[in-house]
Ligand binder design. Structure first.
Ligand code: SF4
Length: 240
């Protein structure tokens, strides 16, 4: 079992796991940041960027995406988890924004400030705690941390947050906000997402190859996948 590591040290190790060239598109306007957040939640930065590019390449504009089928849009999310669910979320987001503004320009909303924008956007079904924290951090420069399901799971196993706390996204976000300095948030999110998606799967985490295995108190506590027994076909009796 790994010795318990101090939280500041653990945070530093997570920051070091971030992809070396984190190409998160900087300074996207509010509307595009919302779309990007749907790509980025529970996805690696490269997967998210590829999905975001595909959306812009395959469709004429966001209105065309709004009126397309989830099946057509899901093709852009290949490589991300649950492509169809993401597509449905995106359609729902675009529909809500279109009904509220008759377009996709949210700059007047952005000018009113983070609290007002988050309050309005929180009414949309497709917008969750991750989305709100993402735009808070990326668009408004807030000291906050977008937390997705994989990050929450991994933070609990690593002992960054208590197990009970890790069951709730908002509680996990608030706890993590006190541990990570503003300048390190991007790398922390990228690093924790990388570990969560590459090794710290919900079922059968790959602790053996995990880059944080020495720092993790839960390392090796999970059972290996049970091999599926394939029954041998019975030899058929030869006709006499
Ligand atoms: S060592 Fe295992 S449980 Fe710990 S973070 Fe890595 S994959 Fe997850």
């Amino acid at each position: 079992m790994a010795a318990t590591m101090s939280r500041p040290k653990l945070v530093s190790q997570i920051v070091e796991q971030a992809p070396i060239k984190d190409p998160t598109p900087g300074e996207l306007p509010l509307f595009e940041s919302l779309v990007y957040a749907i790509c980025r939640e529970d996805a690696g930065v490269n997967q998210a960027n590829a999905a975001f590019e595909q959306l812009k390449e395959r469709f004429f504009d966001f209105n065309e995406i709004r009126v397309s089928t989830s099946r057509e849009i899901a093709g852009c999310f290949e490589g991300c988890s649950e492509p169809r669910t993401r597509a449905l979320r995106l359609i729902s987001l675009l529909q809500d924004i279109f009904e509220a503004t008759f377009g996709f320009d949210l700059e007047s909303m952005a000018k009113k400030g983070v609290k007002s924008a988050q309050k309005q956007l929180a009414r949309y079904k497709s917008v969750n705690d991750f989305t709100l924290a993402w735009i808070g951090q990326q668009v408004f420069g807030e000291q906050t941390i977008p937390v997705d399901a994989g990050m929450r799971r991994c933070a609990g196993r690593l002992g960054l947050v208590e197990v009970e706390c890790a069951k709730d996204t908002e509680e996990t976000r608030v706890a993590l906000e006190g541990m990570v300095s503003k300048s390190k948030v991007d790398s922390f999110v990228g690093g924790l997402q990388m570990v969560a998606q590459t090794y710290c799967h919900e079922m059968h985490p790959d602790c053996t190859h995990c880059t944080l295995t020495k720092a993790c108190p839960e390392s090796g506590k999970f059972s290996a996948p049970v091999p599926v027994k394939v029954a041998k076909p019975k030899a058929s009796k030869k006709p006499r």
